[in-house]
Design a protein around this ligand. Structure first.
Ligand code: UD1
Ligand code: CA
Length: 459
């Protein structure tokens, strides 16, 4: 039988009290809905994923692109109503469907696989995934009869004081036979405090029609935490961070003060890497063997080669090849590609530029829109002047070029191999191979120029 997934993400997320739709909120720079879809795909159990969108739907669509199918819920009339919207889109009703809320980023593929297994081996018509919480406030409560069978799910708003004491909650994950899902859902009404169509009501209806409704109770309750406000988001982010760091440390990545280190879900770090405090590494970043990262370093969507040392610096969408040192206080961005054995030192910014081997820009430089060769030395204060206020221009620098301090290379410009540029020069034309370029005013010393003392000073 086919297996489908429905992810509910049409809600506004009123309790977040912010503009962004809730399911687009990031944990470690990645939107929570992206975790759910990624883990559904990883579970290898699902034929099609339907994402219900509504409030600010384009934000969710921009995140997931064409990796899923979208169903629109124009009015947010409740979770039951949201699932109903998917009915016409499901190709084969003789199937199973897993329903997940879009605000549950910590659910993993293992849990999804186990829930399906449970549903099938117990031959349930509906399986509700439940867990126990010390503080069940806000969640739907699992109500059981004397024999322990699930009879209904009662929302916080509707619960009696006795029901509020129940510590077993509805995680919001269900596996249902699709035909039964839609036959029971058609009978759900909005006769409740919030005047919403609650998906949870299918349990009571299915029970009354003698369907086999069971539960799968999980121990790792943190995995099914629902993110309703920014405090919950911070807790989930913390849990995720601890898990990810542990995994890397077990794989041979040393971390100094791991509580202060944040590593994204998709970051790959090879063994023998050391990460120092306050480092923030995110996106599809790869860090190769023997690299030393931090302290106080941010790396996003970048490649860091073997034995690179990168401290007190920012590296965004860039590549740094082996044995190069970056920082302190360097900034690489927008496709900077630094060759092997380079030195990018204090207060150096490099944008959309590449360098060959063994090139050095040790202090106070800006290199933008530049292609630079090997063994080049940028003196302190060198600047590629790439912008005239309207357009950006390219600088090309060959191999073995020595650039003195405080040099401006006004682009477009080409500096050929083996040339030398005198300190303080502002170059506006190309420099040929092997030349010395000097473009600065000559010094004039006016001898015996002594300021005449004023009359008052003479007294
Ligand atoms: C829901 C469950 C509750 C469960 C909890 C687990 C219901 C009625 N309640 O409550 O039993 O314990 O999740 O986290 O189902 N959404 C839509 N369209 C809507 C309404 C909601 O797509 O019309 C989406 C939201 O974007 C969200 C998800 O459904 O991602 C759950 O909605 P939310 O309002 O967070 O439900 P809870 O009150 O947390
Ligand atoms: Ca929720």
């Amino acid at each position: 039988m086919k297996r489908y997934a429905i992810v509910l993400s049409a809600g506004k997320g009123t309790r977040m009290k912010t503009e962004l739709p809730k399911c687009a909120y990031p944990l470690i720079k990645k939107p929570m809905i992206a975790y759910i879809v990624e883990n559904l795909k990883l579970s290898n159990q699902i034929d099609d994923i339907f994402v219900v969108v509504g409030h600010k739907k384009d934000v969710i669509k921009d995140i997931l692109n064409s990796s899923v199918r979208y169903v629109e819920q124009t009015e947010q009339l409740g979770t039951g109503h949201a699932v109903k919207m998917v009915e016409p889109a499901i190709p084969d009703k003789n199937s199973h469907v897993i329903i997940l809320p879009g605000d549950m980023p910590l659910v993993d593929s293992d849990l999804i696989e186990r829930a399906f297994k449970e549903h099938q081996t117990r031959r349930h018509d509906i399986t509700v995934v439940t867990t126990r919480l010390n503080d069940p406030f806000g969640y739907g409560r699992i109500i059981r009869d004397e024999s322990g069978y699930l009879t209904e799910i009662v929302e916080e708003h509707e619960a009696t004081p006795a029901q509020k004491l129940v510590d077993e909650i509805n995680t919001g994950i269900y596996i249902v036979d699709t035909n039964i899902l839609y036959s029971t859902l058609s009978k759900v009404t909005n006769q409740n405090q919030k005047h919403e169509y609650y998906l949870t009501d299918i349990v009571k209806i299915a029970k009354s029609e003698n369907y086999l409704v069971g539960t799968y109770t999980i121990k790792e309750s943190y995995k099914t935490m629902g993110i309703n406000d920014l405090y919950a988001l911070s807790i989930a982010e913390n849990i995720l961070q601890t898990q990810i760091n542990k995994m890397h440390m077990k794989n041979g990545v040393a971390m100094v003060n791991p509580e202060s280190i944040i590593i994204g879900h998709n970051v790959i770090i090879e063994e023998n890497v050391t990460i120092h405090p306050n480092s923030y590494i995110t996106g599809n970043t790869i860090i190769k063997k023997g690299a030393q990262i931090g302290p106080n370093t941010e790396i996003h969507e970048s490649y860091i080669g073997e034995r690179v040392v990168c401290k007190h610096s920012l590296v965004y969408n860039s590549k740094v090849h082996e044995d190069t040192t970056v920082g302190p206080f360097a900034h690489l961005r927008d496709g900077a590609e630094i060759g092997p054995k380079n030195r990018v030192g204090n207060f150096v910014e490099i944008k959309k530029s590449s360098t060959g081997r063994n090139t050095k820009m040790s202090h106070l430089a800006y290199i933008g829109d530049t292609t630079c060769g090997s063994n080049v030395n940028f003196g302190c204060g060198s600047v590629t002047v790439n912008y005239d206020g309207k357009n950006k221009y390219q600088t090309t620098i060959g191999d073995d070029v020595f650039i003195g301090c405080n040099v401006n290379l006004i682009a477009p410009i080409k500096v050929e191999d083996n040339s030398t540029i005198a300190a303080g020069s502002t170059l506006t034309t190309n420099v040929p191979k092997g030349a010395l370029a000097i473009a600065r005013a000559y010094q004039v010393n006016k001898e015996n120029y002594i300021k005449k003392p004023k009359d008052e000073d003479k007294k």
